[in-house]
Each structure stands twice: as C-alpha cells, then as structure tokens.
Design a protein around this ligand. Structure first.
Ligand code: ADP
Ligand code: MG
Length: 566
C-alpha cells in the first residue's frame, strides 16, 4: 500500500490519464487490493477494484459453505453489510463526476447469487466500484490515497468483521428453510406454498418493501389446503400448499387476487428475513405469462392456440414485428414451454380477453373457421394432463374455467377461502353452453435453433452489450425492451443477461444447438465457474446477479435481430 501511496503522490495534479499507473495489486494489512480497471475520465463508468481479505480473521465459518444456498445467503449478507457500512461511513463526492464514490452492488428484497462478494474457505473477496477523485480532469492524489488506503479498508473491516452474528446466522438458516420448503413441494407434487402469517402486499406500487402497520392482513390458509412442513432450525411451518394442476384464484375486485399471484410469482426467488414473503415459495421454473402487444416474435410455433390467420399466415413458425395481445400471449406461453417451465402464472389484469375466453354466445355469432384463436380455457387442462405443466390463474370475470380447475380459491377481503366444491356444483348446475374447441391434444412445443450471427453485438468497431437499468439492454445497434418480463427483478440480473447474450453469441450458438440446449450449456458453465466467467471486465467479476434461464431466453426472444433456422 506504501507503493500505491507513492504513485498517487507522484501523479497528484497531473491529467486524469495518469491514474492508469495505479492499476495492479497492492498488499495491505491483512488484505490485498487489486485495481483491475481504471476509468478513463471522471465521468466514465467507475473504476473497478477488488479487496481480498485473508488470514484467520477472514476465514469462513465452515458452516457457511455446507451448501450452495448457504454460501449464496452469506455472500448476500455481506454485500448488504458492506452497503450499510458505506452509508454509515458517509462517503461523499470529493470532486467532479463520480469522484469519491464507493459502491457495492446492493441486493434488493431477493437473495440472488451475485458477484459482489465471494466467500471462500480461506478468505473473503469484495468487489467494488469507485470513482477516482478529480478536480476537473486533474488527479486529486491525496484524496485518492485517503479513499483507497483508508476509507475502503475501514469500511470493509467494519462490514466483514464487526457485523451482527445472530443476524448472519438467521440469514443462512432462512436459506436452509427455504430450500427445505422447495424440496418438500417438489417431492409432494405441489406448485407453491404460502405460509400463514406471510405479508403479501407491498408498501406501494413502486416499492418492493412490505406494507407496514395494521392494515396489512397477514395470510391465513383455508383449512382444506393447509399443510405442515418440517423445517431445520425451527418448529414446523404451516400454510397453504397449491397442488400441481389447474388452480383458479377468484374473488371480487380489490380483494387481493393480483397481490397473491404477484407474491407467488416472486416465490421463484428466496427473500430476505422480514420481507413478508420469505416463506412464500414457488416452483422455481414458474413463468409469469402476460399479453405483450408490440413485441417481436421469431418463428414460434403458436399453433396450439392460433391457426387460420388471415391470408394463411403460418402459425407453426409464427413471426411478427408487432404481435397482437393474443398472439404475444400465445408466444410467451410457447417460449416458456420451450424452456421447460412446469408452472404458468396468469393474471386477468394483464391478459388478452380473447386469448383467455370465448363464451357460448360469441361461439354462436363468430364461426370457428373465422376465429383463429383457441382460447386458453380449452387448453389449460390438456397442458397439465399431456405435458404436466400446471397453471395458476387469477380470474374474477368468467366462470368458464370452473370445470377445468382442480382447485378454486376465493379471496374475500384478502382472506383465501377454498370454494372448489361450490364452483364445481355451479358449473354442473349452470351449463356454460360452450362447445370445446381446439381438438383433443394440446399440440406441439417446437424447439428452435438459433442462427449464429443473428445476435451480434458489434456496433461500429466495438462490441456493445450494456444494461440500462432493470428493463433495457442496448445490444449492438438495437435495444431489447424487458419492461414486461415481470420476473426480472434486479438490474444486476439485467447486466448479467447482457453479458450472457454475448457469451451465447460467441461460444454457444453454432447453428445446430437448440435455444434451450444452448442456454442450458451456458448455465452449466456458470454453475462450474461462477458468473465471473461471463464478466466482460478483465479480471474483475463485475456487479452481476444470476438471472433465471427463462429471463435470459426472454431477452433473446425479444431481440429484434434474432434469427431462427427453418
Ligand atoms: P385484485 O387483483 O383482487 O383486484 P389487488 O391484489 O390488486 O386486488 O389488491 C388491491 C389492493 O389491496 C392493493 O392496493 C393491495 O396492496 C391491497 N392488498 C392486497 N392484499 C392485501 C392484504 N393482505 N392486506 C392489506 N392490503 C392488501
Ligand atoms: Mg387484479
């Protein structure tokens, strides 16, 4: 570190480019500082550093490393701890541009595998972004020395060695419990679990934090759907388990249907203690499906739902630059099936009506041969029986699904009631008069082969694949819009998707491999080498969080240059 101080002293007052000289590794007291990437100017993307602590103090508690999910939880805990420590330290800008900033990739309500902190048997490595201080474009060497040699080590020591041990233990014990619930659901044929006492509503439409105070009605399972699950580190937990099959969530407007579905949709991820949804666990292959008119679709077989389009347009290899509500929803389902989902989640609020239902009167008025759409109501049962793909559906506006459902759940002032028997009785008594459509079989899910070169990130002489916030990726000369990909939850996942797309383009797309195999292979590599493997910053793992395969595929499917064989 003395050497670093000397360099900083020497370049003090020089042009910003002189900062290049500090790239390299420096040994400090109990740690090594690696300056991997030095920003080109004070306004450019910040510099990237790593700090690796070793020695007895930094050795991992062997318990932390027992399972993958524990390690992820412990790394997540330290990332939060570092973010808190940075805030408490009162880090302030000291010059122009990003001068003086110190940042770690701070997690949100979900616990995701991320590259911010790496816990290993013999030490902990932290990955940070820093803004090297400048006045105008002049190096502020003294400020840089204070930041790198004093603030950063002090902040990290505080976060890594003086944390609340009880809270860390609670953090990974919860991860064990969440994993136990997932295993229970899988073994017993359940799609989702919502524990009694869970707080599902959020603080506001723009906040992911739990609703506070007495107005939040805690979840309570109907007796008929209640199960008890034995958990490690605590007494067994009770709550509502939704069986595989077709489940309807009905009830009056504003009674909490969408809120329940939203919580289930997020249950593919683990949440932090105190989130309110930490014991809401869903089959982690679940895909939220919605209408998304305007999206591009590339040669997707949507024929299970749509055929006989005007002018004989092919629906076995359906492409469009501008999908309608129903065709986009059909494509979203077929793409999710192509990736191997076992659970679809659908909300009437964000569905195309003509995709969901077509009642007897409309069947009488518009002849089947004039209607390209076979509504989901005619397919939902076959999807389960023939492909073992379950559906959880929010539907307050039509009883036409009663006969197709295994379970009907009614929300009454946020309280779920099992109304399955009653719904079945009503379905028998009041015939819907519909003629079933769409034949006896669900239809085929057709794998697609992506052509290499169809998602090339070059832009001029350079390669460009950058995330802009949560929902946008600039890829080559195009933009990918992910606003309606609802299970993408963290901007660091979006950053990872940008990197993973270039990895797919470069290494995995060979013109023979199917989209799903290609994504599976990439995830296998990431499973072995970590997300670091896809980071574009030499030697620095970046600020990435692992997305699910489904969201990566969703990004690829929305890329306007994507080209599929055939
Ligand atoms: P629906 O889909 O049935 O029309 P929503 O799920 O959109 O209803 O919920 C309506 C409102 O009620 C939202 O503002 C939501 O935050 C709130 N809400 C939902 N569940 C609860 C609950 N358990 N306790 C308190 N408020 C809730
Ligand atoms: Mg709703």
């Amino acid at each position: 570190m003395e050497r670093l101080k000397q360099i900083l002293q020497r370049i003090d007052g020089k042009g910003y480019k002189a900062y290049r000289d500090i790239a390299g590794s420096y040994a400090g007291d109990g740690f090594v500082l690696h300056i991997d990437h030095v920003q080109a100017d004070p306004f450019a993307a910040p510099s990237r550093i790593r700090v690796a602590f070793g020695g007895k103090e930094a050795a991992a508690d062997p318990e932390w490393l027992h399972t993958r999910c524990r390690r992820i939880a412990v790394e997540d805990f330290f990332a939060r701890s570092i973010a808190d420590s940075i805030r408490r330290h009162g880090v302030r800008p000291v010059g122009h541009g990003k001068s003086g900033m110190i940042a770690v990739d701070r997690p949100g309500q979900e616990v995701l595998p991320r590259t911010a902190v790496k816990v290993e048997e013999h030490g902990i490595e932290v990955r940070l972004s820093v803004g090297l201080p400048a006045a105008g474009r002049t190096v502020l060497g003294k400020e840089a020395a204070r930041m790198l040699c004093e603030s950063v080590p002090a902040i990290l020591r505080q976060a890594l060695f003086r944390y609340d041990r009880t809270r860390l233990r609670a953090h990974w014990e919860l991860a064990d419990q969440q994993e136990a619930i997932r295993a229970f659901l899988q073994a017993r044929g359940y799609a989702a679990f919502v524990a009694n006492g869970s707080v599902l509503p959020r603080e506001s439409g723009i906040s992911d934090r739990p609703m506070q105070g007495r107005e939040a009605v805690p979840f309570r399972s109907p007796a008929s759907l209640e199960v008890e699950i034995p958990l490690p580190h605590r007494e067994p937990i009770r709550g509502m388990a939704i069986r595989n099959g077709v489940t309807l969530i009905v009830g009056g407007g504003y009674h909490g249907k969408s809120t329940l579905l939203k919580a289930i949709e997020r249950g593919v991820y683990n949440h932090i203690p105190g989130d309110g949804r930490e014991y809401v666990i869903t089959d982690d292959s679940a895909c939220k499906i919605r209408a998304e008119d305007g999206r591009r679709v590339e040669k997707v077989n949507i024929s299970p739902f749509i055929s006989n389009l005007p002018f004989g347009k092919d629906t076995r290899r359906f492409s469009t630059e501008d999908a309608s509500g129903s065709t986009s929803q059909a494509a979203n389902i077929m793409e999710a099936l192509e990736m191997g989902t076992k659970l679809l989640l659908i909300d009437e609020d964000t569905s195309a009506t003509n995709f969901m239902i077509r009642d007897a009167r409309m069947q009488a008025l518009v002849a089947k041969r004039k209607e390209p759409i076979t509504p989901f109501v005619d397919k939902v049962r076959k999807l389960y029986e023939q492909h073992r793909v379950s559906t959880i559906l929010v539907l307050g506006g039509s009883g036409d699904y009663f006969h197709a459902a295994d379970t009907v759940l009614m929300l009454d002032e946020y309280e779920p009631v099992d109304v399955t028997e009653e719904a079945k009785r009503i379905a028998r008594r009041l015939d819907d008069g519909r003629k079933p459509e769409g034949g006896d079989s669900f239809g085929d899910v057709t794998p697609r082969v992506v052509l290499p070169g169809s998602f090339d990130a070059t832009r001029g002489k350079r390669e460009k694949a950058d995330a802009k916030g949560l929902s946008k990726i600039v890829y080559g000369t195009h933009e990918i819009a992910l606003d309606l990909v609802e299970q993408l939850v963290d901007p660091s996942q979006t950053r990872a998707i940008a990197c993973m797309l270039t990895a797919l383009a470069k290494t995995y797309a060979d013109g023979r491999t199917t989209l799903r195999e290609m994504v599976d292979r990439l995830y296998a590599a990431v499973g072995e080498q970590g997300l670091e493997a896809v980071s574009p910053y030499d030697g620095h793992p970046g600020d990435l969080a692992l997305p699910r395969k489904y969201e990566l595929a969703a990004a690829l499917n929305r890329l306007r240059t994507l080209n599929v064989k055939g």
